[in-house]
Design a protein around this ligand. Structure first.
Ligand code: SF4
Length: 400
């Protein structure tokens, strides 16, 4: 590398380091100001995580999820993790702005606190709308940022939102509600939910929550899509599950802390779990017990780089295809080819792919032959492909 290329690379690295430092610091500040000391209580997201993987949930309680820039040598992976973690906060700030502009009666980051068998439990609700007009209503909205919008909601998110709506309903008339201080408003704590509504909006909500239509929703947002899941209603069984899981998690956390055993002996998630690739505790997770064969390290690095480039190339190819289609439509050449240098192109109509709607076929067969016969025929016509070997390569997230 000559001097100027090296200089450019150094400056680019400096910029990335500055960005990483800012992300880490702002993440720590935001967590402290809005969530307080998370090692002192169990939050709803902890419960959702514990249901998926007790080891990861206890790990977050014991070690936090913050990055330490001073000991972090893998800048790209730190940036990737921070951007993924912080995207949710940025979405939240943008959506809050939208609600404020519409002057909707919304409480941001409502906190509900309670003690269950001596375990402090806190829920932080992203947005809560309240209206006394007609039948009084309350709507909880929990935002989740996703790489891709899921077709069904993850059970950890559902558990979290069931816990939120259950606590709001169960503690409605108890001094369990508060809001952290904000730049332009004073925080408050130790109020009932109707008192909070009165203090915030000057509205009177009933003292009895059974008179109120209460629902919770989850809004999943990706960079280019959104989907709402719900409604989730107060449910005593789901609330008990949440509270019991919170107690169980606290006892495991406490035992690990007192014994100094760290994460040894804690249960892990079963089977394939999408969070394992991002998990901060995957480096020594027993789920991935294996042999060290360092000679494959370069091959795996190269393989992952190529997969990233493959994704980038696919995006680029798709953009060029779209551009050529548009150019062809605008050229109005009546189905002729367009020649350019060594290549030519045209856009022509093709028949759509014919597919068989299995569910529709089953319904049609059922109408004629009955359910048992329909299933029997479909089972006879189904075949299973040969088993195959699947290669899985995942990142080891080394903690400093
Ligand atoms: S790597 Fe997966 S199984 Fe292991 S602690 Fe993390 S989430 Fe749990």
């Amino acid at each position: 590398m000559n001097d100027s290329v090296q200089d450019q690379a150094d400056r680019a690295h400096g910029l990335m380091t500055l960005l990483a430092k800012g992300l880490v610091e702002s993440s720590m500040q935001r967590t402290t100001s809005s969530l307080g000391d998370r090692s002192q209580y169990i939050g709803m997201s902890d419960i959702g995580r514990a249901l998926e993987c007790p080891r990861a949930a206890v790990g977050r309680k014991l070690f936090g999820i913050g990055d330490d820039l001073a000991h972090q040598h893998d800048l790209p992976s730190l940036l990737a993790r921070q951007l993924r973690l912080q995207r949710g906060h940025w979405f939240e700030a943008g959506i809050a702005q939208v609600f404020r502009q519409q002057r909707l009666p919304v409480i941001e980051q409502l906190e509900i606190a309670m003690s269950h068998h001596g375990v402090l439990i806190r829920a932080h609700l992203d947005f809560v709308f309240a209206s006394p007009v007609g039948q009084p209503t309350v709507r909880i909205l929990e935002l989740k940022s996703c790489e891709q919008i899921p077709s069904t909601l993850y059970s950890s998110y559902e558990t979290q939102v069931y816990g939120q709506v259950g606590l709001l309903h169960a503690l409605w008339d108890q001094p369990a509600f508060g809001i952290h201080g904000e730049t332009e408003r004073q925080g408050c704590s130790g109020l009932t939910f109707p008192q909070i509504c009165h203090a915030r909006f000057g509205i009177e909500m009933p003292a009895d929550p059974s008179l109120v239509d209460i629902e919770a929703w989850v809004l999943c947002l990706s960079m280019s899509d959104a989907k709402a899941f719900g409604p989730y209603l107060p449910d005593d069984t789901m609330l008990s599950l949440c509270l019991n899981k919170a107690e169980e998690l606290w006892l495991e956390f406490d035992a690990s802390k007192v014994s100094g055993a760290g994460l040894d002996g804690l249960a892990t998630a079963h089977g394939f779990h999408p969070l394992c690739s991002w998990c901060e505790f995957n480096a020594d997770c027993p789920k991935f017990d294996g042999l060290d064969q360092q000679q494959w390290s370069d091959t795996l690095d190269r393989f992952k780089d190529l997969k990233v480039r493959q994704g980038e190339l696919e995006v680029e190819i798709s953009e060029i295809e779209d551009g050529l289609r548009t150019a062809y439509a605008l050229s109005d050449v009546g189905g002729s080819w367009i020649n350019a240098g060594q290549h030519r192109f045209r856009v022509s109509a093709q028949n759509g792919r014919r597919t068989l709607n299995k569910e529709q076929l089953r319904l049609e067969l059922m109408a004629v032959l009955g359910e048992g016969k329909a299933d029997e025929i479909i089972a006879k016509c189904e075949s299973e492909g040969k088993p195959f070997d699947r290669l899985t390569v995942s990142r080891i997230n080394k903690r400093s």
